[in-house]
Design a protein around this ligand. Structure first.
Ligand code: SAH
Length: 345
């Protein structure tokens, strides 16, 4: 029999469950605190809970925990990339980045991915499975324990398509931002999607204060289809409508992510078309020099082409940033570390 995953339960659920077990109400807060504030790795650490209760919980519930397989730290900027093993042996990656405004963690939402983007290493072997809310939290908890520093920003931009794991993602955000947990501000949480329109609208209706980032990567449908198979399902026009709807419902400015691939999407016409899309929306554009992926033969745009693209785009009156390339020396890009480990193993 599969046991219930206790770290994916809300405080109300934990309270209800303990009440059924005949426990005093204050035990719920203690247990929840051990899991989500003291970041315990198992029931054994929960010293102020009676031994028989810990045993009872151990028999009834599963307690997820990650095993650190390897950690690489960038010699340039202190970025740390973690490779973790889940309880079923699958591997996921997370990244810890230190910025002036605080520490940021990039988490994975699935083992592998089925979206098939041509430039992305995470999707090469397809989707293995989705992560539980607890397994997404565990990445942040393990890194917090390892660094001893508070995480203030979370971006769901690691392996996987978060909106392809919708229910678990929502519960993860709820637990992460809960005042009885790490209490990370919703405004400091970003979810990045390749553009699943129905889920983007559904997310808008939740009226959360999180940032939605859309991986656009091309401003023409035909070009986008070559880079991202999901573009066969949703046209750019539908994506723009979904973004406008998200802004209307939440008041949160959209981020467009645009990975610049040399000779593919970095020409003047591309910048103009992207500028045209931006003009209609309250958005911010994040240009990402593509991380070269050997398997796919994609190369980075020249430095001059990147700056020219940025200048052109800024004429449309939108804020444009070029993503700092953190952790280039440690396989910073999505899925690269996991792939290498799999190749070795
Ligand atoms: N599936 C989600 C989130 C994970 S990918 C999404 O598509 O947004 C996180 C970001 O990294 C996306 O913008 C993705 O397109 C980008 N990305 C993937 N591979 C990349 C590479 N080789 N170089 C630069 N960006 C890449």
């Amino acid at each position: 029999m599969e046991t219930a995953d206790i770290k994916s339960m809300t405080l109300e659920e934990v309270s209800g469950m303990l009440e059924e077990l005949g426990e005093k109400p204050y035990r719920a807060r203690q247990l929840y605190q051990w899991m989500h504030q003291k970041l315990a790795r198992g029931f054994g650490e929960m010293k102020n809970l009676p031994l028989d209760l810990r045993e009872k919980l151990g028999n009834r519930f599963s307690y997820t925990d990650l095993k650190l397989v390897r950690m690489q730290e960038s010699a340039f900027d202190g970025t740390r990339k973690y490779l973790f093993e889940l309880s079923d042996g699958n591997l996921v990656e997370s990244v810890w980045m230190k910025y002036r405004h605080g520490n940021s963690v990039c988490v994975s939402s699935q083992v592998g991915c089925r979206m098939g983007c041509a430039f992305c290493a995470s999707t090469i072997d397809g989707l293995e499975r989705s992560l539980l809310p607890s397994e997404m939290l565990d990445q942040i908890y393990a890194i917090t324990r390892d660094t001893g520093e508070r995480v203030s920003n979370v971006v769901v931009m690691g392996i996987g398509e978060p909106l392809d794991n919708y229910e678990n993602l929502l519960l993860f955000i709820r637990l992460l931002t809960d005042e009885n947990g790490l209490h990370i501000s919703q405004r400091n949480v970003t979810v990045s999607t390749c553009g699943l329109v129905p889920e983007m609208k559904r997310l808008a209706d939740e009226k959360l204060q999180i940032t939605l980032a859309l991986s656009l990567h091309a401003a023409f449908d035909e070009k986008r289809k070559k880079l991202m198979p999901v573009a066969n399902r949703y046209a750019i026009e539908e994506l723009m409508e979904a973004c406008a709807y998200y802004f209307e419902k939440t008041g949160r400015r959209i981020t467009f992510e645009y990975a610049l691939v040399g000779g593919v999407n970095d020409a003047k016409e591309d910048a103009e078309a992207l500028g045209g899309l931006c003009r209609k929306l309250n958005c911010h554009v994040n240009l990402i020099p593509v991380n070269p992926i050997k398997e796919r033969g994609f190369v980075q745009s020249e430095r001059d082409a990147i700056l020219a693209f940025k200048n052109k785009l800024e004429k449309y009156g939108r804020n444009v940033t070029i993503r700092r390339e953190m952790g280039r020396d440690i396989d910073g890009a999505c899925g690269q570390l996991r792939r290498r480990q799999k190749a070795l193993g």
